[in-house]
Ligand binder design. Structure first.
Ligand code: GLA
Length: 363
């Protein structure tokens, strides 16, 4: 029996920069998924303690089965891809158990796939190195599940470190832990799960990604990461589509904000990052246009409550907002957010604080 845990994540800053080969600064959460593998099975089966039915794939064929849907594609997708790559995968029973809320933008899917890949690698003694493990987790989401995501979530779920955010270069996939000593600064990251219904998020995500790739093509660069902030005005002048111009402005300024925040954190200036968080939110709201009223209301309420900065985190169109709040004001800030949601007639939000934890590990 082999058992691995992998966490969900919060992204401190760097949204929709990962698939533009840019920079992100996420951290791993306490909540996550545990995958347990045993090898006495006759078939390949996946079971989730949060779902009613197990999914079983008969011995006859371990290849992509279109009828397998939802969470189990992430589990069986690992086995399909390994089989495609020539690994002889013996029958396995995989049981997953997750406490990451789904649909909240906290990467329940990265926790799932990373726990399974680590457990399978360990159980079968494949000896995959860190880069191969990451590539497999990303391929499962992109190829087996078919979600055109950028890899940030899996990278931090695998490599996060307690007390640190993970500065990731999403072109080279080089990562570096940067200290985020919230308690030392008397600060907290207050998370507001807006519980806004996710609407059209898949289609809108893909549309943003295609728009960014089209803008890079028109600008003649491999990816928007290659547009320097100093050259932004020139790049914008060369684009004729207002939508593409807004996308480019968001991505280029967001990459710059990530690097500036990492610099501030390295310089032990945590209390100074607030304005960058808020500028990131304004850029997502006005330029990238991926926020919804619940999210903007939460950010405004956090500002009113004295947050140093606040922004939506994750892919957008719902999900969570984070506020950097003095520790002593956390309860009062939560009340302000709850009142604002009640006044607007929104669902009641869920509130909790989060601090960086370790990434995937044996459990
Ligand atoms: C989702 C995707 C990530 C990333 C974010 C936006 O979480 O899975 O790859 O693109 O959205 O920053």
């Amino acid at each position: 029996m082999t058992r691995w845990f992998a966490p969900g994540r919060i992204n401190l800053i760097g949204e929709h920069t990962d698939y533009n080969d840019g920079f992100v600064l996420p951290f791993a959460l306490e909540v996550g998924c545990t995958a347990t593998i045993s090898g006495r099975a006759e078939d390949w089966s996946a079971r989730s303690l949060q779902e009613p039915d197990a999914v079983v794939v008969r011995r006859s064929g371990l290849s992509d089965a279109p009828e397998v849907a939802g969470w189990s594609r992430y589990v069986l997708g690992v086995l399909w891809l390994l089989t495609d790559r020539g690994v002889d995968v013996p029958p396995l029973e995989i049981v997953v158990d997750s406490d990451v809320p789904t649909g909240a933008g906290l990467s329940s899917s990265a926790a799932l796939v990373c726990s399974v890949v680590r457990a399978v690698d360990d159980h079968l003694g494949l000896g995959l190195d860190d880069d191969a493990v990451f590539a497999l987790t990303r391929d499962v989401e992109n190829d087996a599940v078919g979600a055109p995501t950028g890899g940030m979530d899996q990278l931090v779920s695998l490599r996060g470190r307690a007390g640190h955010v993970l500065l990731c270069d999403m072109r080279s996939h080089a990562t570096r832990s940067v200290p985020l000593d919230l308690a030392g600064a008397g600060l907290a990251v207050l998370v507001v799960d807006t519980r806004a219904p996710h609407q059209h998020s898949d289609g809108e995500y893909g549309a943003r990604r295609r728009g960014c790739e089209e803008a890079a093509r028109q600008l003649g660069v491999p990816a928007l990461r290659d547009v320097a902030e100093d050259d932004l005005a020139d790049a914008l002048a060369r684009l004729h589509d207002d939508e593409l111009r807004r996308y480019v402005r968001h991505v280029v300024t967001e990459d710059a904000r990530v690097l500036e925040m990492a610099r501030l954190l390295d310089a032990d200036a945590l209390a100074e990052i607030g304005p960058h968080l808020s500028a990131s939110h304004a850029s997502m709201r006005d330029d990238f246009r991926i926020t919804v009223p619940e999210v903007d209301t939460a950010v405004d309420a956090l500002h009113q409550a004295g947050a140093l900065g606040a922004r939506m985190t994750g892919g957008g169109f719902g999900g969570c907002v984070i506020g950097l709040v003095p520790e002593r004001d956390v309860a009062a800030a939560g009340d302000v957010v709850r009142r604002a949601f009640a006044d607007a007639g929104f669902n009641e939000p869920a509130l909790f604080t989060a601090a960086p934890q370790d990434g995937a590990r044996p459990a």
